[in-house]
Design a protein around this ligand. Structure first.
Ligand code: ATP
Length: 357
């Protein structure tokens, strides 16, 4: 476990009698890339603004590098922020934009030159110092905003949807660049996004937020493979939600009834007989076949439609209870299988994730 760089203790922020951030507890380690992920309005930006010092918590404490900072002015905190709108000064050259903070701090000319050159090199724009921001592409402007934020050697960099204005291809390229930059600098990054794929690609840990509260904190793999709540399962990627009743327990496994069929699930959540349970099964964990497959859960359904999306074909199968399950398939005999009306949807019991209600 590394040193705790940012700590939020019971932090609540109230606007107009509503808790937009509701009793948040979070420890962020030095050098960590941590992402706050959640839908619009869930309180991500407000959390970031409280760490930066632009907002004061209504209750609770914020510590930076072990020191309580609730009353400290933003500019005194060893924190810098990068916004989606690059906020560059249009009349200044790229060099002067990056040098601005250092000049304000009265750093010597030679040192400014050295540090700005190094920061521009880190974002691969050392040749662009003399240009004005409007002579650069969106991606390049965002890199300048990042260079300006890292030139002060902050301990923590806060990034609020920094890639939001870029087109998809550039955005994906910048995601990797930023991740590599963070690894090179070893600065703590706190990154805000509502894009789950971006969060999975870049983060060491992800905090999934919903309505001002933390739903789950975990490694990208855990958040995707082992969502704990229905909200997380639904929000991260696509999933199938299956609801049923527990009919029996058998050691580490349990049996539930779904659409009048027995289904085996892992009993990690310690369910009890007659309990109503909800499970999540990702479309890529499901298969279709013409006959039941031994050792798997098998439910016979009716083919509804198939949607080609490039990397896979999504096959929608209607279950006997009228619900649809989506299966991602990449194999070649899809046409043959979907020509018959009745097909089995099958999956390994261990790929069922039992959710908290
Ligand atoms: P987005 O992804 O849309 O930026 P977010 O998760 O970052 O959303 P916040 O910007 O933190 O969400 O906003 C959380 C809630 O707080 C929203 O309902 C917003 O309208 C409200 N809010 C934010 N700032 C203020 C303010 N200064 N005064 C009143 N309400 C505010």
């Amino acid at each position: 476990m590394g040193v705790q760089m940012v700590q939020l203790e019971n932090v609540t922020k109230e606007f107009d009698d509503t808790n937009v951030v509701d009793n948040l507890n979070l420890d962020i380690r030095a050098g960590e890339f941590l992402t706050l992920l959640g839908p619009s309005g869930c309180g991500k930006t407000t959390t970031l603004r409280m760490i930066a010092g632009f907002e004061k918590p209504t209750t609770g404490k914020i510590l930076l590098n072990g020191k309580q900072v609730d009353e400290m002015e933003p500019y005194k905190r060893e924190v810098n922020t990068v916004f989606q709108s690059y906020s560059l000064f249009p009349h200044m050259s790229v060099f002067d934009n990056v040098a601005f903070g250092l000049k304000m701090k009265k750093v010597g000319k030679e040192e400014i030159k050295e540090r700005v050159t190094k920061a521009l090199k880190l974002v691969q724009l050392e040749e662009y110092g003399n240009r004005k921001p409007k002579q650069l592409s969106g991606g390049q402007q965002q890199r300048i905003a990042i260079a300006r934020a890292i030139v002060n050697n902050p301990k923590v960099l806060l990034l609020d949807e920094p890639l939001g204005a870029l087109d998809l291809k550039l955005r994906k390229q910048m995601q990797l660049e930023l991740k590599h930059l963070q690894q090179t600098l070893n600065i703590t990054f706190i990154y805000v996004t509502h894009d789950q794929e971006e969060a999975l690609t870049m983060s060491d840990r992800i905090v999934v937020m919903n309505k001002g509260k933390i739903e789950q904190i975990g490694l990208p793999y855990e958040i995707y493979e082992r969502p704990q709540t229905r909200f997380v399962a639904d929000f991260i990627g696509q999933t199938n939600i299956i609801e049923g009743t527990v009919r029996g327990i058998n050691g580490e496994m349990a049996e539930m009834e779904y659409a009048n069929k027995p289904i085996t699930i892992p009993n990690t959540a310690h369910v009890t007989k007659d309990e109503e349970v909800i499970i999540s099964v990702r479309p890529e964990k499901l298969k279709i076949s013409s006959t039941p497959i031994e050792g798997l859960n098998n439910v016979k359904g009716t083919f509804k439609e198939k949607i080609y999306v490039g990397s896979v074909t999504k096959i929608v199968v209607t279950m006997p209870n009228g619900e649809d399950l989506t299966v991602n398939e990449s194999h070649d005999n899809i046409d043959e299988l979907t020509n018959t009306n009745d097909i089995y949807v099958s999956w390994s019991p261990n790929n069922s994730v039992v959710l908290k209600k």
